[in-house]
Write a protein that binds this ligand. Structure first.
Ligand code: MTE
Ligand code: MO
Length: 557
């Protein structure tokens, strides 16, 4: 006999609620497994697929409004979505169990048998492995993921069983509560307090989870929007474009000198812990085990080979200072840092694989997080292109690519592939992870300059001597001159430059300044060692890097 619509509705609601509670816990277990034993993270898989599939204009819009941390929002949204799907499965299960009633799944009181939970877990496991993951491009049971099929199967099974068992437990408990309330309206005091306690516990749990999620989102919002601002004033912008001269000859002779220790100016070498970090990975980056790690060099080479970490680090190394900047850095943004790197030149490594076959055009770098990117063969053979194993004298930190990452000066951070495990010489025009999304493939760094101090909106004391200071960077073309304007771009003064640590790092600069009372628009622009002048033309990061002059407004009184 069909249960009445009221009973059906009640069952669906109870099933959904039980599914939601069990789903939240199962989701937490999944994330925990993914962080500890390297299990699969479904929000990560789906989030990446969505990020990859977004139309470019939408991606650009999100990127501009939410900043570089947009990916975290996506992750949280998908996370919440996953919990809701668990709720839906719970509701449907509680409805359908009676349609397929073989008698033993629901007892007279209405309690569900634990075998239902296990069956539900099995169905979810099959669905995720055979349908959901392939749809996100991760392959059957994550065969395309670095997680590996075994870990994916195992972590999904654990998550599924946790969900299934908790679902039955929650369902039966919810039912028990209703039955007790109906059967015995004036329950004895002891039971009441016990129930009240459980309810309070549950409510606190839900509130806690909700508040944590909100807190994290708020924090991301604050952090994600820090820094950056190009010229917004159209008047300033028009006059800059009118007067713009793209190249000056002869090129400038750098005005090197001693800088004062100005508070707020970036340290010339960024410590490993403050070095900016960017990756495609929504929740967690890979942790690679150096002892079992292998680096393969193959493709269009005479003698492909594979080496261990020990073998790699036994090769003589070079040191070089290099500044990295992310292609998604906004004008004036924070995604730029400088370190002393140590590693083996890529040319030396490739030579160990024998002659490169004729017709080879590119070198592809593959990483442990399924990221890949390519560089042109000529770029790969430059003396400053290297596989780095150390950063500021320490073993390469996990966040920055342990055991090994590529350094390829002159082009954006994107191409500095972290966690590499394979280097392939190809004769095709390979397109990497971000290039498939429309980002530039050659990706040369656009010259940029940033005012570190004072900061936007600062209140200064009128007529008190101070300094304006910051950094300028051009990839591998050097910085010949930095100009600063304190009157919205009408007049420019040459800043003093600190002699850079290498030809491929940023340059620190400063000028003394004694502000008069009032508002001041401060602008900065750089000129490279060949005389190319930084362009005032505003551009968003997508597709080939941001441009425009960093501009801040300060008040003195
Ligand atoms: N394997 C891998 N390498 C990667 C990325 C990634 O997502 N995966 N992100 C790239 C991007 S976009 C940048 S800007 C740099 C950032 O390097 P950092 O985190 O050491 O500063 O790493 C690059 N290398
Ligand atoms: Mo980047």
């Amino acid at each position: 006999m069909e249960p009445s619509p009221t009973i059906q509705k009640e069952r669906f609601t109870r099933g959904s609620l039980a599914g939601l509670l069990a789903g939240i816990l199962a989701t937490l277990i999944m994330l925990l497994l993914s962080l500890t034993i390297g299990g699969v993270s479904l929000p990560e898989a789906l989030g990446s697929a969505i990020a990859q599939a977004l139309p470019l204009p939408l991606f650009d819009y999100l990127h501009q409004t939410l900043g570089g941390d947009a990916k975290h929002y996506l992750f949280y949204i998908v996370l919440v979505g996953q919990c809701l799907v668990f709720a839906l499965f719970g509701g449907l299960c509680n409805l359908l169990v009676d349609r397929l009633n073989f008698g033993q799944w629901r007892d007279q009181q209405g309690d569900l048998d634990y075998s239902v939970g296990l069956l539900l877990a099995f169905i979810l496991w099959l669905f995720t492995g055979l349908i959901f993951l392939p749809l996100t491009g991760s392959g059957v049971f994550g065969s395309q993921l670095s997680t590996g099929v075994m870990s994916t199967m195992l972590s999904l099974a654990i998550t599924g069983v946790v969900y299934g068992v908790l679902f039955i437990f929650m369902h039966n408990w919810l039912l028990w509560r209703t039955l007790k309330a109906v059967a015995n309206p004036d329950m004895d005091a002891e039971l009441l307090t016990k129930q009240a306690q459980r309810r309070a516990f549950l409510r606190n749990g839900v509130v806690f989870v909700g508040l944590s999620a909100l807190g994290v989102a708020a924090w991301r919002f604050i952090v994600g929007n820090a820094g950056s601002g190009a010229v917004a004033n159209p008047q300033i912008q028009n006059s800059l474009l009118d007067k713009y001269q793209a190249k000056i000859t002869p090129p400038p002779v750098p005005n090197y000198g001693e800088l004062h220790t100005v508070k707020g100016l970036s340290p010339e070498i960024t410590s490993n812990s403050s070095f900016y970090g960017v990756s495609k990975n929504l929740s967690s980056d890979p942790t690679v085990d150096g002892t079992s790690w292998k680096l393969t060099i193959d493709g269009q080479v005479e003698h492909p080979f594979t080496m261990s970490y020990k073998e790699l680090t036994a090769i003589p190394t070079h040191q070089q200072y290099e500044t990295l900047m992310c292609i998604s850095n906004e004008v004036g943004g924070e995604y730029m840092s400088n370190a002393l790197w140590e590693g083996i030149t890529l040319k030396d490594l490739l030579q160990k694989a024998g002659a490169i076959k004729p017709g080879a055009t590119k070198v592809v770098l593959y990483a442990a997080d399924n990221y890949s990117d390519s560089i042109h063969l000529s770029k790969a053979l430059e003396p400053t292109t290297m596989v780095a194993v150390k950063m500021n004298g320490e073993t390469l930190p996990s966040a920055h690519g342990y055991p090994a990452r590529l350094l390829v000066p002159g082009i954006y951070g994107m191409k500095h592939v972290k966690w590499i495990n394979r280097i392939e010489v190809v004769n095709t025009d390979y397109k990497g992870y971000w290039q498939q999304n429309g980002w530039s493939d050659p990706a040369p760094v656009k010259m940029t300059s940033r005012i570190d101090t004072p900061i936007f909106g600062a209140k200064l004391s009128a007529n008190k001597p101070t300094y304006i200071a910051g950094v300028a960077f051009s990839g591998n073309k050097g910085i010949g001159q930095v100009d600063v304007s304190t009157d919205g771009g009408k007049n420019w003064q040459k800043a003093t430059l600190k002699r850079p640590l290498s030809a491929i790092t940023w340059v620190l600069w400063e000028i003394p300044w004694q502000p008069q009372a009032g508002n001041h628009d401060i602008l900065v622009r750089a000129i490279d060692l060949q005389g190319n002048v930084q362009t005032p033309q505003l551009a968003a990061p997508l597709p080939d890097g941001s441009s425009g002059y960093h501009t801040i407004t300060v008040t003195a009184n």
